[in-house]
Design a protein around this ligand. Structure first.
Ligand code: GLV
Ligand code: MN
Ligand code: MN
Ligand code: MN
Length: 410
């Protein structure tokens, strides 16, 4: 196996994909159904074709490249990740997993080692959920878990729905059901991803073998108060949406800190209306993202937040509404595939660690019903979801080597 060649091929593709961003010079911004995803999609299709794959883009913007197996009736092995990003994110989150899956296909193809079953490279649309607040859109469509009604319901900051953005992208949202793969057609799913946290880098461990992924609940809350004159309205006669929302928000961090390590809760988005210095706020929209390896803990924190919202709104006569954006339970990954990867790490002399993932991934959605595993490579200083995200290209080829053995052994 020529590690230099693998590294160079991965580097070439990742360097090219860096250019498909709406914020050049300030990280990767590749929102779903935009010019940048279109450009990335076309590039991915081109390199998949060059790798000898049968390529198709499905009706929701997922891209699949198939290396036919000897028995095409068998459930396939699928490898991949997402090709969207967060706002001003890094150049590796998601897309590195797609490119490394293409590299695996190249290796199989060049060495004439077609598998018994089809090997499918997958590039999923909109895993991040940054634009519409949802997450795992492409993989959920593949699993038959997304509806046209949901596409109409979920909107971005400019009030454009998934439905309308799909249409302007040239897709037909009503076709969405056709994105679902038949039950049993995917035998195994394998995702390579950057760690996005500090553990591997800080301990100089080369690879992470991911044994479970946290569950996630996401909400958009709207506190509805009353806009009034900031100078003339006495403090006890206000329904100040900012005052109410921030009282609740200030408790959320401590709710997570009171639970077992790894439990996190984040308010990453806030919008104040009308947002003026001398007007009491009419309303506040804010997001909540709660994660833990235990579903009961996520439920508990969500319910504590709702209790606080009840208390604070009732005290002033204000109201609030809740839009539940995502509910996904924690997942245990495939013990059998982890054992095979551990054996390969030992044979190849790579240091490794079994570890949980606090980040969500397509593997979280897919692993709920399909035998799934993930491998992590170190993120420099643990930084991710920001422009400085960095992983050495050699690290990717080590993980690819381990996966190359895995896909031939399962
Ligand atoms: C996306 O990367 C997430 O983990 O939310
Ligand atoms: Mn990702
Ligand atoms: Mn991400
Ligand atoms: Mn993630």
């Amino acid at each position: 196996m020529d590690l230099k060649k693998i590294t160079a091929e991965i580097a070439d593709d990742l360097d090219f994909l860096k250019t498909f961003t709406a914020t050049p010079g300030n990280g990767c911004t590749r929102m779903p159904f935009t010019r940048e995803t279109r450009d990335a999609a076309e590039y991915l299709k081109k390199i998949m074709k060059e790798a000898g794959l049968e390529v198709r883009e499905d009706c929701v913007g997922n891209i699949f490249g198939v290396l036919p197996g000897r028995d095409r009736s068998l459930p396939c092995i699928m490898a991949g990740s997402h090709y969207d990003s967060v706002y001003n994110g890094g150049d590796y989150d998601g897309i590195a997993g797609v490119i490394c899956a293409v590299e695996l296909a190249r290796m199989l193809h060049e060495e004439g080692k077609n598998l018994e079953c089809d090997f499918v490279v997958a590039a999923f649309m909109d895993e991040e959920g940054c634009r519409f607040g949802t997450g795992y859109f492409g993989s959920k469509c593949m699993l038959g878990q997304m509806t046209v009604e949901e596409c109409k319901h979920f909107t971005d900051k400019d009030d454009i729905s998934v439905y309308d953005s799909m249409k302007s992208y040239g897709l037909v949202p009503e076709d969405l059901v056709n994105a679902a793969w038949p039950e049993g057609s995917i035998g195994h799913f394998v995702e390579l991803h950057i760690e996005q946290g500090p553990v591997l880098d800080a301990t100089s461990i080369e690879l992470g073998l991911v044994d479970c992924i946290v569950g996630i609940q996401r909400y958009m809350i709207t506190v509805n108060g009353r806009s009034d004159h900031a100078g003339t309205t006495p403090m006890d006669m206000r329904q100040d949406a900012v005052d109410i929302a921030t009282k609740v928000i200030s408790k959320i961090g401590d709710m997570a800190r009171a639970e077992k390590p790894g439990t996190v809760a984040t308010v990453g988005y806030m919008k104040v209306t009308p947002s003026a210095m001398n007007v009491v706020a009419q309303s506040v929209d804010f997001s909540i993202d709660i994660r833990s390896t235990e579903n009961e803990i996520i439920d508990k924190i969500a319910s504590q937040i709702m209790t606080e919202l009840d208390k604070e709104t009732q005290a002033t006569g204000a109201t609030y509404s809740v839009d539940r954006k995502l509910t996904i339970t924690p997942v245990q990954l495939s013990g059998a595939m982890l054992d095979i990867m551990e054996g390969s790490c030992k044979d190849l002399g790579y240091s490794y660690k079994r570890m949980p993932s606090g980040a969500g991934h397509d593997a979280l959605a897919i692993g709920q019903s399909i035998d799934t595993v993930m491998i992590f490579v170190p993120s420099k200083d643990g930084r991710s979801h920001c422009p400085v995200e960095h992983t050495e290209y050699e690290a990717f080829s080590k993980a690819v080597q381990v996966l190359y053995e895995l896909i031939q052994k399962i």
